[in-house]
Design a protein around this ligand. Structure first.
Ligand code: AQP
Length: 326
């Protein structure tokens, strides 16, 4: 069975991009792979975040993931900071990656490149992500399109480490979904929907109530020519709405345009499909919120399981570079 690993930052309310680009596919992965899913709280420290908010959002992310269908009987769900090997391996990999490689990462440039006050952790974030993946000997990493470059870097670092110190890590591949890989901000459809850098009106949360979904979709930016067509370059707003409709209904988004004459009708269909797709998750989420101690138990068991795998990979890497065992 292939090993799958993926993660999500508790840096804000999870949104449709996180769901269609990643989480929904994780739910399917549980049945066909040995799956590990991680709430990457250390990554959330790369940008400013209130400590209490981080704690609350970490537990909340666990509730959303379980509500979406992750099942602790079929996957390992854990919190990154509960497994110390992530930080230990990061150092070994930071001594393998180069400044030039990290400087080329577009997410760093987008989020803070060029500012002297930017946190060092934002710069080295892709190395921590490489450690997250390599610790579990993951064969596949299901991610949205925005993480493609970080995955390439992970492969580079792992290959270099193996070349320098002998076969230590499995080289992982990215699995990018065909539909929903890049959900765009409804207010700025040239930018991806994002927890931390998106516009509030352009970001639809997985737990947004129906009225909120209708309001945000109704206000989504389109264009002035009034023609419903699939045209990513020329009509990014309309294409994003078609893409969301396809992701929510399981239909091919490129052919959906034929069914709609007016933007208002398309928006109505998008809202309806999103509300229907999210309703079961929202109901399960409410149940989980009523039993948070059960969620904490799941995370504890998950981190025990994850630690047993991660600590042995770390030891392998530490031996390879020549660290003396305690
Ligand atoms: N807009 C998106 N479309 C498709 N997939 C997306 N993902 C994120 N945004 C989109 C995928 O969701 C998974 C978890 O992402 P993350 O929490 O690790 O952080 P991110 O990629 O940086 O996403 P955000 O929402 O923009 O978070 P912040 O604002 O904290 O940086 C990943 O698989 C990602 O590809």
């Amino acid at each position: 069975m292939a090993r799958v690993l993926s993660g999500i930052q508790p840096s804000g309310d999870l949104h449709l991009g996180n769901y269609f680009g990643a989480v929904r596919n994780w739910v399917q992965d549980q049945d066909v792979a040995d799956a590990y899913f991680c709430i990457v709280d250390l990554h959330a420290l790369t940008l400013s975040i209130d400590p209490e908010v981080l704690r609350r959002q970490t537990l909340d992310a666990a509730c959303v993931l379980l509500a979406a269908g992750l099942d602790p009987q079929r996957c390992t769900l854990f919190v990154q900071s509960h497994v110390p090997a992530h930080q230990q391996l990061t150092w070994l990999l930071e001594c393998t990656a180069t400044m030039g490689e990290l400087r080329r990462m577009t997410q760093f440039k987008d989020k803070g490149g060029g500012q002297e006050s930017v946190r060092v952790g934002l710069f080295t974030y892709p190395v921590l992500m490489a450690a997250d993946i390599l610790l579990y000997d993951a064969d596949q990493v299901p991610v949205g399109d925005d993480q493609r470059q970080h995955l390439e870097l992970t492969r580079e670092i792992a290959g270099r480490f193996n070349h320098r110190y002998g076969e230590t890590f499995t080289i992982p591949s990215a699995t990018i979904p065909k539909v929903g890989a890049r959900v765009m901000d409804l207010q700025a459809p040239e930018r991806k929907m994002s927890k931390s850098s998106g516009s509030p009106l352009g970001t639809v949360g997985i737990m947004d109530p129906p009225a909120e979904i209708i309001r945000k979709v109704k206000k989504a930016v389109t264009d002035t020519d009034g023609i419903v067509a699939w045209d990513p370059a020329g009509k990014p707003g309309v294409t994003n709405l078609l893409s969301l409709l396809g992701a929510a209904t399981g239909q091919d988004p490129t052919t959906l345009a034929e069914d709609y004459q007016r933007y208002g009708d398309l928006k109505g269909a998008v809202s309806e499909a999103l509300i229907e797709a999210l309703a079961p998750l929202q109901a399960r989420y409410a149940e989980l919120q009523a039993d948070l101690s059960g969620v904490i138990d799941i995370l504890r068991a998950g981190s025990d399981q994850a630690s047993s795998v991660a600590s042995s990979t770390y030891l392998r890497a530490a031996d390879a570079v020549g660290l003396l065992r305690p």
